[in-house]
Design a binder for this molecule. Structure first.
Ligand SMILES: Cc1ncc(C[n+]2csc(CCOP(=O)(O)OP(=O)(O)O)c2C)c(N)n1
Ligand SMILES: [Mg+2]
Length: 199
């Protein structure tokens, strides 16, 4: 008999992961993942990427590289960046995996919340059922690749050498949460202030 595959809902995965965070900056994918994060715990260190599908990982890469550079100048350890991305979004910007791997930011953790669909826009299927995203990350050369489904050990992601790829398999569906009550300028400027205050 086939073993039943138990997954958690995306909001539960986000909740468990942010419970493990402290000073890490968070860049979150467009649509319901950002709404769910905002609902669970709004924070200045969250950047809700409201417009550009596919670009959360690229924004996270740029951010982690600039934090690394500043930390080197200041002789400090770099602040980490956690990106919550989606399967549909990373598949739309696959080159990002290669660029992240080639740049090798040790302070970047890319979490792909894989619900095998474009959950935020009506749950149309993506190709993540046919194509294994963690194998793609491995072959792109990510330093660490972790796959979670029934349980999350995010402590391991935080302790591993980056760039880290976390393949988080979740159920399709969105939580019933309201829209984000902040405009893009507010999100951007408070996030910039947060980075300026604490490099
Ligand atoms: C360039 C572009 N194409 C399409 C959209 C519409 N859109 C917004 S979110 C989304 C689905 C994203 O799917 P995924 O990354 O898997 O995240 P999920 O919602 O499933 O967590 C789509 C198609 C967009 N905003 N921009
Ligand atoms: Mg998805």
């Amino acid at each position: 008999m086939l073993k039943e595959v138990i997954k958690m809902d995306r909001i539960e995965a986000i909740s468990q992961i942010i419970d493990e965070l402290d000073q890490e900056l968070v860049v979150c994918n467009i649509g319901f993942p950002s709404r769910e994060l905002y609902h669970l715990q709004d924070h200045e260190k969250n950047f809700y990427m409201l417009g550009s599908m596919g670009l959360a990982s690229s924004i996270g890469l740029g951010l982690s590289l600039s934090l690394l550079k500043n930390a080197e100048t200041e002789n400090q350890s770099p602040r980490k960046v956690v990106v919550f991305d989606g399967d549909g979004s990373i598949l739309m910007n696959l080159g990002s995996l290669v660029t992240i791997s080639a740049q090798g930011p040790l302070n970047l953790i890319l979490v792909v919340l894989d619900n095998q669909c474009y959950g935020s826009t009506g749950s149309q299927c993506t190709y993540s059922e046919e194509v294994d995203l963690s194998l793609l990350a491995e072959s792109a050369g990510f330093e660490t690749v972790l796959v979670f489904q029934e349980e999350i050990n995010f402590e391991k992601a935080l302790q591993s050498k980056g760039p880290v790829f976390v393949h988080m398999k979740v159920n399709p569906g969105n939580a019933d949460v309201p829209i984000i009550d902040l405009n893009p300028e507010e999100i951007k400027y408070r996030f910039m202030k947060e980075i300026e205050n604490k490099l």
